[in-house]
Design a protein around this ligand. Structure first.
Ligand code: MF3
Ligand code: CO
Length: 244
């Protein structure tokens, strides 16, 4: 539904409507942080908005923008969380590269989410790919365990050293979510108290999946329709992204 002329409130309402049709609840709407309560069904973050953007009527998408669509739902008491950054029409080559590298860094991290590996193995794989491509890793926000709550232990930073941190165990449910800025990794909070923004006003990208740690291959729980399984999705998608 992302296209020029659409505003982010409309998109959020569409998202909320789909959740209703599927009989699931938003795990974002009503989420509490201190005294603040998150007001949207989804998190919609445009251009230099990094994460946790709120759908608003006066935020109108235009050709060349990017938007991160972060969707968390609850069903039967369990939560799933995923995000991708989408180009609105044609974007600049530099922004195309930002999206490509961020998505690739997610897959680099996923490939390390194996039984007996450590959190730092994921972190280093993500960070290496981002920094060797010349972009900046955001350190203010991290991936996380997930289950009955949206944010559970362990934290899964997008930066760190392999061989360090908690050990993964088969069956752990985690969210890996690289957040990548074009130049400066510094962020500031918008006046709404939720939206994190890139301090330098440059675009920011965010890709996320929920997965189960396994021995040989993580089981990605948030693959789109049309793929047989996580392995099929990752191999096909990796090839598509390589061509971008
Ligand atoms: N994927 C986001 C995260 O893990 C979802 C946040 S929901 C919000 O932080 F309500 F906190 F915005
Ligand atoms: Co998350």
């Amino acid at each position: 539904m992302v296209k020029p002329g659409m505003n982010t409130l409309e998109l959020d309402e569409e998202g909320g409507g789909l959740m209703k049709d599927f009989g699931v609840k938003s795990a974002c709407k009503g989420y509490r942080s201190g005294h603040r309560i998150f007001p949207s069904f989804t998190c919609l973050s445009v251009n230099d908005e990094v994460v946790h953007g709120i759908g608003v009527e006066n935020r109108i998408l235009k050709e060349g923008d990017i938007i991160s669509v972060d969707v968390c739902i609850r069903e039967d008491g369990m939560i799933g969380d995923n995000c991708r950054t989408i180009a609105v029409g044609t974007v600049s080559p530099e922004i195309e590269k930002l999206l490509k590298v961020t998505e690739e860094s997610l897959y680099a991290g996923i490939s390390q989410a194996l039984h007996k590996n450590r959190v730092g193995d994921v972190s280093e794989a993500v960070q290496d790919h981002i920094e060797s491509s010349g972009f900046a890793v955001i350190t203010n926000f991290v991936g996380h365990g997930v289950g009955r709550s949206l944010h559970e232990d362990p934290q899964i930073p997008n930066f760190g050293k392999s061989g360090t941190g908690p050990k993964f165990r088969k069956g752990m449910a985690i969210c890996i979510e690289p957040m990548v800025n074009m130049r400066s990794s510094q962020i500031r909070m918008a006046k709404d108290g939720w939206t994190a923004m890139a301090v330098d006003g440059m675009p920011s990208a965010h890709f996320e999946h929920t997965l189960l740690v396994d021995d040989e291959y993580p089981e990605i729980l948030t693959i789109p329709d049309g793929y047989e399984n996580a392995e099929d999705f990752l191999s096909q998608r990796t090839k598509q992204v390589a061509k971008l």
